[in-house]
Design a protein around this ligand. Structure first.
Ligand code: ZN
Length: 315
């Protein structure tokens, strides 16, 4: 018997300290990607033309939050997502529209710092001079891992049958009890470093049991991105500007088309829209891309949830 994915929704369970409930066998409740915001650039964010709460992912039985921009906590709670269920928070880079709520999300994940848990993944420059993660907050998480090009990471633990039998996780517990207390694992990697002004910025590929999800993050377009994300099943593209502007390290519509064609995902999702994209209507742009290159392409909306299943995706 598996729990339903709605176990993490506030309202179905009493908020409590400790780890989230986990499925009791090897099949996961269905995975999803929830857009808690689709705003990009300071203009759209500061006027809240679109929300800017980042992305909540539930993959392989693991909850993680990606890029907690302004409003991440509020949007999570309003979406009935319980930050105490999170196992990890990932910052792709230190810009405010991606990192503003990182401290409060860590505090929420750890129940005000009383339940030391989880991992923060971030670039080194999020912790160095003028850090975006406060030093006292860093003590609340179990580990901080630095994102680096080419590195592969794991969230949670994979349970092997041997480990279950030998009961290594809790010598006093029965095998059945120890199965219940061990979370699942999700791996991701950083295939390439992005080019994004003077900050360290990274995208990533999440290797879920339903397929690979690529998140490109903020970057200027370069050819290496295509190889790095080749054939991921779902590709999330921060298509920030309609047309390329000199000196602006962001992906425009033309770049997005080149990327999506080259990567060839089953589904491409445009998000992180700046003002020019909002004015040009992301839905219309996505529809035109899908028609022109014959690859499913949609524009994310605030609150949109993509449910993922092995044989495809549902919206
Ligand atoms: Zn940025």
């Amino acid at each position: 018997m598996c729990y339903n994915s709605t176990i993490s929704r506030i309202g179905f369970i009493e908020p409590q300290t400790g780890t989230s409930p986990v499925p009791m066998d090897c099949s996961y409740p269905s995975s999803y990607i929830k857009f808690l915001g689709t705003a990009g650039t300071r203009f759209v964010v500061s006027k809240q033309i679109r929300a800017s709460g980042g992305i909540w992912l539930f993959l392989n039985g693991i909850h993680l939050h990606l890029d907690p921009g302004p409003g991440a906590l509020v949007k999570s709670i309003q979406s009935n997502l319980n930050p105490q269920d999170l196992s990890a928070i990932i910052l792709s880079h230190r810009h405010l529209d991606h990192s503003n709520d990182v401290n409060i999300m860590i505090e929420a994940m750890t129940n005000g710092g009383t339940n030391c848990k989880g991992t923060l993944f971030c670039p080194q420059d999020a912790l160095n001079n003028d850090p975006v993660v406060f030093e006292y907050i860093r003590n609340y998480v179990k580990t901080i891992e630095i994102l680096r090009e080419g590195a592969r990471y794991r969230i949670g633990e994979r349970v092997t049958p041997m480990a279950k039998e030998s009961n290594i996780f809790s010598p006093s517990a029965s095998p059945r009890e120890s199965n219940i207390t061990v979370p699942f694992a999700l791996e991701f990697d950083v295939p390439v470093r992005n080019v994004h002004g003077s900050v360290q910025a990274y995208g990533m590929r999440f290797f879920s049991s339903e397929g690979t999800i690529g998140y490109i993050g903020d970057t200027r377009f370069f050819e290496g991105l295509i190889d790095a994300y080749k054939r991921v099943e779902i590709l999330i593209v921060n298509a920030v500007v309609e047309h390329q502007m000199p000196g602006v390290d962001h992906i425009c519509v033309k770049d997005a088309i080149t990327l999506i064609k080259g990567v060839s995902p089953k589904l491409a999702i445009l998000t992180h829209f700046g003002l020019s994209m909002i004015n040009a209507q992301p839905d219309i742009i996505a529809e035109k891309i899908a028609k022109d290159i014959q690859i499913n392409t949609i524009a994310a909306k605030d609150g949109m949830e993509i449910q993922i299943e092995k044989d495809g995706w549902l919206r």
